[in-house]
Design a protein. Structure first.
Length: 349
C-alpha cells in the first residue's frame, strides 16, 4: 500500500507490508520506475526500510487510514483490453491510480496503520510510528478472520473468533461496538472460507455447494425485504370477457362448466352439506313429540305416494305388453298377406 516506510518520511511511497506468524510486521520499500517506458525494462528495487512492528499472535490483516479516519484504498491499475477494436489507432496505456492524501502532507502525522493479529489489534500513527491504541481481543481463543470494512459511512474492524463470536471495533479508537455469539466453528470449511464485506455483511461456505450470508447491521436487517428479488412480476388477473350469443352459437368450441356450479346446492340457495347449522326447537318434551309426529306423518304420506306410483307403473307395464302383442299379431298377418299375393300378376287381381 501507499504509506510511509520510515520514520520522518516526508512523502508516501509504495510499500509492501509483511506479517509473520510470530507477530512481526516488516515494511519493505518498493522503488518503481517513474516512466511507463522504463517500467517494461527496469526491475523493481526492493529494499528493507528497517521498520519492525510487533504484536501478540500471528498477523491477519493490514489497513491504512488517512488523517480523517477514512479508509485508504490500495493503488490499482486500470485494465484495458489490448485486442479491443475501439480506438485502435490510439496507443492504450495502463495507468496507475493512487489514493494518496496529497493535500494533508504538510501536517505532522497524517496516516493511521491498522494491524490485527490473532490476539490483539493495534493502531499506529505514521510516519512517527507511534502506537496510539491497543486492544486485546481475546485471551482464551484466537481470531480466524479479521477485515477492515465500511459500515454506516464509517470504518470498523470486524473479527470472527474461533469460539463463534463476531466482534466489531471502531477505528481508529478500537472501541468495542459488538460482541455476539453466532456460530461455534465445528467445520474447518467455515474457518477457511469466512470473510467480511462492507455494509455489515459476511459470507462463508456452509457446504461444498452452498453459501451462507449473514449480517450484523440493524440497517441491513431493516432493508432486507426491499433487497430480496422476485422470481416473477406480480400482475393482476384481467376480468373475463362477456361471451356473446353469436360467438357461443358459431364458435365451434364448447364451453366448460363446473358440475357443482350448474347442479350444486350453492346455486340452489342451499347451505353446504359440510356446514352444520343449529335450528332451535319449540322446547320441551312436547315439542319433541310434536316434531316426531309430524315426521311420522310425512313418512306415511310418502309411503302411500310410493305405493300409488308403483301401482301406476304396474298398469303401464301391462299396457306396454298388450301393445307389443298387438304389434306382433299385426306383423304376422301382414306377412301372410304379402306371401298370398306375392306371385300373382296385376291382371289376376
Amino acid at each position: 500500500m501507499e504509506s510511509f516506510a520510515r520514520k520522518n518520511d516526508s512523502a508516501v511511497s509504495s510499500c509492501l507490508w509483511v506479517g509473520t506468524g510470530l507477530g512481526m510486521v516488516i515494511i519493505l520499500s518498493l522503488n518503481l520506475p517513474a516512466s511507463d517506458d522504463l517500467r517494461q525494462s527496469e526491475p523493481v528495487m526492493v529494499s528493507p526500510s528497517g521498520t519492525v512492528l510487533t504484536l501478540k499472535g500471528a498477523v491477519l490483516t493490514f489497513a491504512c487510514l488517512d488523517c480523517m479516519g477514512t479508509l485508504t484504498h490500495r493503488p490499482y491499475e486500470v485494465w484495458r483490453d489490448p485486442h479491443s477494436a475501439d480506438d485502435g489507432d490510439k496507443t492504450r496505456k495502463r495507468k496507475l491510480v493512487m489514493h494518496s492524501p496529497s493535500s494533508s502532507q504538510d501536517m505532522g502525522d497524517h496516516q493511521f496503520a491498522v494491524i490485527c493479529s490473532e490476539k490483539q489489534a493495534k493502531v499506529f500513527s505514521l510516519p512517527s510510528q507511534t502506537c496510539l491504541h491497543v486492544h486485546n481481543i481475546t485471551e482464551t481463543s484466537f481470531l480466524l478472520r479479521a477485515d477492515v470494512v465500511t459500515l454506516c459511512n464509517s470504518v470498523c474492524l470486524a473479527c470472527f473468533c474461533a469460539n463463534g463470536h463476531i466482534m466489531t471495533l471502531s477505528l481508529p479508537s478500537l472501541r468495542p461496538l459488538l460482541d455476539i455469539n453466532y456460530l461455534p466453528v465445528t467445520d474447518m470449511r467455515i474457518a477457511r472460507t469466512f470473510c467480511f464485506t462492507n455494509e455489515g455483511q459476511a459470507l462463508y461456505l456452509s457446504s461444498p455447494t452452498e453459501i451462507q450470508r449473514l449480517t450484523y447491521s440493524q440497517e441491513m436487517c431493516d432493508n432486507l425485504q426491499d433487497m430480496l428479488g422476485d422470481l416473477f412480476t406480480p400482475v393482476e388477473t384481467p376480468e373475463a370477457q362477456n361471451r356473446g350469443f353469436l360467438k357461443g352459437l358459431f364458435g365451434g368450441s364448447g364451453q366448460a362448466f363446473d358440475r357443482e356450479e350448474l347442479f350444486g346446492e350453492a346455486t340452489a340457495g342451499k347451505a353446504s352439506r359440510s356446514l352444520a347449522q343449529h335450528i332451535p326447537g319449540s322446547g320441551g318434551i312436547e315439542g319433541v313429540r310434536g316434531a316426531a309426529g309430524g315426521v311420522i306423518g310425512d313418512l306415511t304420506r310418502a309411503r302411500i305416494a310410493l305405493d300409488e306410483r308403483g301401482q301406476k307403473l304396474g298398469e303401464l307395464d301391462e299396457r306396454t305388453a298388450s301393445m307389443m302383442a298387438s304389434a306382433e299379431a299385426f306383423s304376422k298377418h301382414a306377412h301372410e298377406v304379402m306371401l298370398k299375393y306375392k306371385d300373382k300378376k296385376w291382371y289376376q287381381f
